[in-house]
Write a protein that binds this ligand. Sequence first.
Ligand SMILES: Cc1ncc(COP(=O)(O)O)c(C=O)c1O
Length: 447
Amino acid sequence: MAGAEVRQKSSARQTAGLAQHWMPFTANRDFKAEPKIITRGEGVYFWNDAGEKLLDGVSGLFTTPAGHGRREIAEAVHRQLLELDYAPSFMRGHPKSFELAARVAELAPPGLDRIFFANSGSEAVDTAMKMCLAYHRARGEAQRTLFVSRERAYHGVNFGGVALSGMAKNRQTFSAGAPGVVHMRHTLLPESRFTRGQPDQGVALADDLERIAATFGGDSIAAVFVEPIAGSTGVLVPPKGYLDRLREICDHYGILLVFDEVICGFGRTGKAFAAQSFGVTPDLMTMAKAITNGAQPMGAIAAHRRVHDTIVDAAAAGGVEFFHGYTFSAHPAACAAALAALDIYRDEALFERAAQMSAYFLDSIFALADLPVVTDIRGYGMLAGIDLAPDRQPGQRGHEVQKRLFDAGLHLKVTGDALMLAPPFVVAGQHIDEMCDILRRTLSSYS
Ligand SMILES: Cc1ncc(COP(=O)(O)O)c(C=O)c1O
């Protein structure tokens, strides 16, 4: 059967559920007119419902650096569900959550060795915000309620994270009543276009934090949240010295520094965390996505021991110290998946592999700079962003290109008119060549 015919039959089979499933961050009407259904994944490939193979250019959704269909993870989850399918996480524990906490702490920068589990990046962010407030309250500084983040930031979709985010569409319907947040400027400067790695210009943008402290009072600020590399709005790599400067200002005013490592964590920058790649240690780190190689939902927060101890020690003996948690915090199946994923990352030296593959990957992506429709390229580690010249409406071209690339055999992430690539670390040079060929062929038709 020809691909299109198979797809039509399979789409007809899906029709019943198509209407009922209100899909997240999706142009539902558009999708349902022309569904893009993924039915299988293995290694660096997906297959669609017509049985056609697609390269996975963004590791699912930055989730799957070890490639799809990893048996070790599937088997670990299977075994776990048969042995203990669920255990409550309030006032009860199960062995794998403690084992996993120790393994995550081992990977995190020194001191960030108290690990709290959630089920997504959004939950991790909101949890971290609460930790910051609880920390200051425990120290007698309950007046520190203001958060600082950045334009173009993405910190998930729960109310705290939406307030932190700097993306208009994510905020405009929802932000009323959200916690007080002041935004620093983003770090994407016109003079840094087509910079590979960290731009030379822009360290002074960190002084926005100084200005905010001068305006609102340094002692009113609880924490600064930044993605070390802002991922979702097109891969904005921090200018040289920028994160160090934020750290200095935070230290000066007693403000907590939080790195949202939901995209950067687990090897994307060539080290376990971007904090290590950039040599700046935050007070808390959020993570999710690749912690289980995408095989189970999970988020986590690595808190500095000082933050943890301050909150825990301030509570009355025998009482709950932090009134927060989820029914599925540290779900046994997610813990089993994460432990199996961390074993793969270690045994296959995948973070090191990401560091090694980065040069070839970035060379290949930056070679697309000659295409007339490409207005900027940025990249670091195994993460790259390509800006396209907008069409009549911002985002229209990105949306169309994303569909055309899928049909041409490449899955990637698009926000507005920015394309994002984050291939699995198990890619070979030949896969990167294929991705770039598809990109060149598709983008060549735009001027
Ligand atoms: C930096 C960052 N924080 C938080 C999130 C939210 O994660 P989730 O979609 O798992 O809630 C994302 C998702 O892409 C992210 O990139």
